[in-house]
Design a protein around this ligand. Structure first.
Ligand code: ME8
Length: 509
């Protein structure tokens, strides 16, 4: 937003099953963006939450022998707990079973009805409860299966209320023409355009389901869970507790909405049409990321190949998972999660390159300069310029929403500083009194380089970055990007060496 406010959302996750690394992925990427915007001085409102109505949730509750509400309460809590262990800095966690949401959904759907975009008709078609979506014959997989979940779809026939989305075809296409970057990456925008060309009116109510929001003008039906869910991005802004956390209704349209490609059509086609029908503007930007794969397939509960993030986080710490996902999976593309790859980056990059660099630096300052970082003599102008270049490259990559490139760029400085240790060999300088000034400069440069590195890594690894700043005798709260400039550190800081940032992990099964 031009006014320095930035409204960012993740999808709201279904409470049909426990969260897995795929959900963690979106929340972490959104959090990295939220933190980076805050570093730049923006006032961010970051929303996440749970999607609790619909057939999928009702059925999983039944299978678990619970009422839908008990089931939703229990699993929503698991997603909330996941947010906490992910170090997610979201400002509000919405649940679609909240009364405030239900009332606002009814109000908005009534508005679409009053605007003349809803009519009654009989529907028949193939439905996948796992996707909560209808599919055409052409979209189905072999043996009438869901193209995403590969599980059998069911034939549904009932009289429903329909959203005349076909009326919005031209407006949607015009919106894509006028805002070529509103869906990123670009090939996803092309995919969405093709979907718009094939658009059919959409059944937006269900007759044989109780677990949902009542249609305001028809007691016999509930609102289709996707309509209910998508509206969360608007309804959340009017909750009193969200407003206490920084929301306000004028935050709409959102600046950025993140999701994986499985729900592209809902967000890039149906959502903007619904908003137009309710006289609201579409979001400013959607970013569609790829899948976290395991064994070549999308990690999903329905496929049964999920990785539970909690034990990983317990063993290695959350920052390692955040860093691994951001760097390993090119943002916008699919990538594979492997334990071996994770452990390799943990020990090779985090422990050896970053953690060890910090350790060596603080212990050399301790040993050779009584724990006080020497004043910068100004002899390392070239290095200062390199650091400035890295900060600029990281910032530019963030502007392009290339979170993987931004992390790669930040790591250039980590490697540069590791080379500096080898080039200067402070332990050799320390043996020669005539080299005292050189030693001062080497230690000052290492400390200042590490401070800047820690600031630019903060969105990825907030806890480790703050611990590193503390160890360097810096203010751990000084993570604003404006401070990532050579020479802005606390002069004469006293280092406070700590244990390793990324300790060795033995025997992780
Ligand atoms: O679709 N890789 O909820 P959901 C990457 N409730 N991201 C993944 C992933 C994977 N393997 N698995 C899940 C819903 N995700 C609806 C959304 S929004 C108004 C309603 C992430 O629990 C990714 O963001 O199935 C994906 O789009 C989302 O979780 C789907 O979560």
């Amino acid at each position: 937003m031009a006014d320095g406010r930035f409204y960012l959302t993740t999808p709201i996750y279904y409470v049909n099953a426990e969260p897995h690394i795929g959900h963690a992925y979106t929340t972490i990427m959104a959090d990295i963006i939220a933190r980076q915007r805050r570093q730049c001085g923006d006032e961010v409102f970051f929303l996440t939450g749970t999607d609790e109505h619909g057939i999928k949730v009702a059925r999983s509750a039944e299978e678990a022998g619970r009422s839908p509400r008990e089931h939703a309460d229990l699993l929503s809590e698991r997603f909330r707990a996941l947010g906490d262990v992910l170090a997610s800095s979201h400002d509000f966690f919405i649940r679609t079973t909240r009364d405030e949401h239900v009332e606002k959904v009814q109000e908005l759907v009534q508005k679409i009805y009053d605007n003349g975009h809803i009519y009654s008709d009989t529907y028949s078609g193939w439905y996948c409860a796992a996707s909560e979506a209808f599919y055409t014959e052409a979209e189905l997989g072999p043996d009438t299966t869901c193209p995403i979940h590969k599980t059998p779809v069911e034939w549904v026939e009932e009289t429903n209320w329909f959203f005349r989305i076909t009326d919005f075809r031209e407006l949607l296409l015009a919106h894509y023409d006028a805002h070529p970057d509103w869906v990123l990456p670009g090939h996803r925008a092309n995919e969405a355009r093709r979907m718009i060309e094939d658009l059919e009116d959409l059944s937006i109510t269900r007759a044989k389901l109780d677990w949902g929001v009542r249609v305001p003008w028809d007691d016999e039906q509930v609102i289709y869970v996707w309509v209910d869910a998508l509206l969360n991005y608007v309804t959340a802004l009017s909750f009193p507790d969200a407003q206490a956390a920084g929301a306000s209704e004028d935050l709409w349209p959102a600046d950025l909405q993140l999701m994986a490609k499985d729900i592209l059509k809902f967000h890039a086609v149906i959502w903007p049409a619904m908003l137009m029908a309710a006289d609201l503007p579409p979001p400013r930007r959607l970013f569609i990321h790829g899948y976290v794969l395991k064994g070549g397939e999308k990690m999903s509960k329905t496929v049964g190949n999920v990785i539970d993030p909690f034990p990983f986080i317990e063993a290695f710490g959350i920052d390692a998972l955040r860093y691994y996902l951001a760097r390993e999976i090119r943002f916008g593309e699919d990538g594979t999660f492997t334990q071996e790859g994770f452990e390799a980056r943990y020990s090779g990059e985090l422990a050896n390159e970053y953690g060890n660099l910090l350790n060596r630096t603080t212990s050399m300052v301790g040993r050779y300069r009584d724990g006080v970082v020497p004043a910068d003599r100004g002899d390392d102008g070239a290095l200062a310029a390199e650091a400035a270049q890295v900060v600029a490259a990281v910032t530019e990559a963030f502007e392009a929403l290339d979170l993987t490139r931004a992390a790669d760029e930040a790591w250039v400085l980590v490697r540069r500083l590791n080379r500096l240790v080898e080039e200067r060999a402070p332990w050799r300088l320390a043996r020669d009194d005539a080299k005292a000034a050189e030693l001062d400069q080497a230690l000052a440069s290492l400390a200042e380089g590490l401070r800047i590195t820690s600031v630019i890594l903060w969105p990825y690894m907030p806890g480790s970055s703050e611990a590193a700043l503390r160890a360097l005798g810096q203010d751990p709260g000084a993570v604003g990007l404006a401070g990532a400039v050579w020479g802005r550190g606390i002069a004469g800081a006293r280092v406070e060496p700590t244990g390793p940032l990324f300790p060795k992990v033995e025997d992780f099964a």
